[in-house]
Design a protein around this ligand. Structure first.
Ligand SMILES: *[C@@H]1O[C@H](CO)[C@@H](O)[C@H](O)[C@H]1NC(C)=O
Ligand SMILES: *[C@@H]1O[C@H](CO)[C@@H](O)[C@H](O)[C@H]1NC(C)=O
Ligand SMILES: *[C@@H]1O[C@H](CO)[C@@H](O)[C@H](O)[C@H]1NC(C)=O
Length: 335
């Protein structure tokens, strides 16, 4: 019996080890990411040539519709989240919010967009946009999406444009820049005017501490008779989009806002151009590139897998499914 027990025990130790190793491989897969230099060289080889590929566009719209249904699910609505619906926070383990009489009135009736959208610009905030002169190209789209309440003041207009139709607002910004809206809502409402009558897309149900600031932002805007509509990101949609890219080799703890928006755009738009996606410290001209077009504050490392995300975008660019603008936007004289 002792023999059997010992044997049995060691078997379960082996099994546990096996599981550990498999988990390890899942989180840190054994393949070598190309170095930043190799990626830059590859981008230079490709040059500015790009050809739209309708097959690729249709394929990705189909894949994203099957996995994540962006047209119906990207925001929390009265349709997809009725009273009593359980919303599981996608950035937390085992936390949920049950839609109740208090939160339900915050939700829009249904996705408010006229679909499909035609040409979309998705603007990341990468330092590569600085002196890019891409503002005009960005603004020429029918629908412009931006990340994390970026500055759009005069000095940036030429590089990033002025129009916004949807902008994401992370609750952590509300906390950092506006003291959680506990004291003054005026500065917040004032600064939001830069985004015109856009949709403010907030991941209110991703992290528990983000819910209250998001609801307060909603109130602040509603009370100020602003034209902006707050849309709460549907945590189920965010989770599914995260899995979609994980299956394709993006292994960060969490997808960046930029890749969420690109995925949304691939699901909703006929044509997608991405600007300001460049996570490397040097540009194509081998000059240093700041982290954002407006500052050089680095993110906490290990949270997002930016080079992996960029490689995915670059694959889509090469296949003509979307266009990634890197480097300056050149205008021909005859335009
Ligand atoms: C167009 O996209 C499809 C689907 O992604 C892909 O299989 C095909 O190779 C692409 N065509 C070109 C010319 O890249
Ligand atoms: C929510 O409101 C409805 C109608 O106003 C009411 O019938 C219902 O009892 C309320 N539910 C809760 C949980 O308060
Ligand atoms: C709100 O939007 C309407 C229509 O889009 C526009 O006419 C109006 O000027 C806007 N008001 C403000 C305060 O931006």
């Amino acid at each position: 019996i002792m023999m059997f027990l010992r044997c049995h025990r060691s078997k379960s130790v082996w099994a546990a080890l096996c599981v550990l190793v498999l988990c390890w491989l899942y989180i840190f897969p054994v393949y070598r990411m190309p170095s930043d230099k190799e990626i830059v060289d590859e981008v230079l080889r490709q040059g500015q040539t790009w050809r739209r590929n309708q097959t690729g566009i249709d394929l990705y719209r189909k894949l994203l519709t099957e996995c994540c249904d962006p047209k119906r699910m990207f925001a929390v609505t009265k349709e997809n989240s009725p009273l009593g619906k359980v919303l599981w926070y996608d950035g937390e383990l085992y936390h949920y919010h049950t839609v109740n009489n208090e939160t339900y009135p915050f939700f829009v009736q249904d996705i408010p967009l006229q679909l499909p959208l035609k040409k979309c610009s998705v603007v990341g905030n990468g330092g590569m946009l600085k002196n890019s002169a891409c503002g005009r190209d960005i603004d020429q789209a029918d629908f412009v999406m931006r990340c994390n309440l970026p500055p759009l003041s005069k000095e940036y207009v030429n590089d990033v444009g002025t129009r916004t139709h949807l902008v994401t607002a992370n609750p952590s910004i509300i906390e950092k820049s506006f003291q959680n809206l506990l004291w003054s809502r005026k500065a917040f409402v004032e600064s939001m005017k830069a985004y015109g009558s856009s949709y403010i897309y907030m991941p209110a149900f991703s992290m528990k501490p983000g819910t209250d600031p998001s609801l307060r932002a909603y109130h602040a805007l509603a009370d100020s008779a602003s034209n902006q509509t707050v849309l709460f990101a549907n945590p189920d949609f965010l989770k599914k989009v995260g899995h979609f890219w994980k299956r394709r080799g993006v292994h960060g703890k969490r997808l960046s806002t930029g890749l969420f928006l690109v995925s949304l755009a691939l699901g909703l738009c006929d044509e997608v151009t991405a600007y300001g996606f460049w996570p490397f410290a040097t540009g194509l001209d081998e000059q240093p590139v700041s982290h954002h077009y407006y500052d050089n504050v680095l993110p906490s490392s290990g949270f997002h897998a930016m080079p992996e995300e960029f490689l995915q975008l670059w694959q889509l660019h090469k296949s003509g499914t979307l266009r990634v603008r890197v480097g300056p936007c050149v205008h021909h004289v005859d335009e």
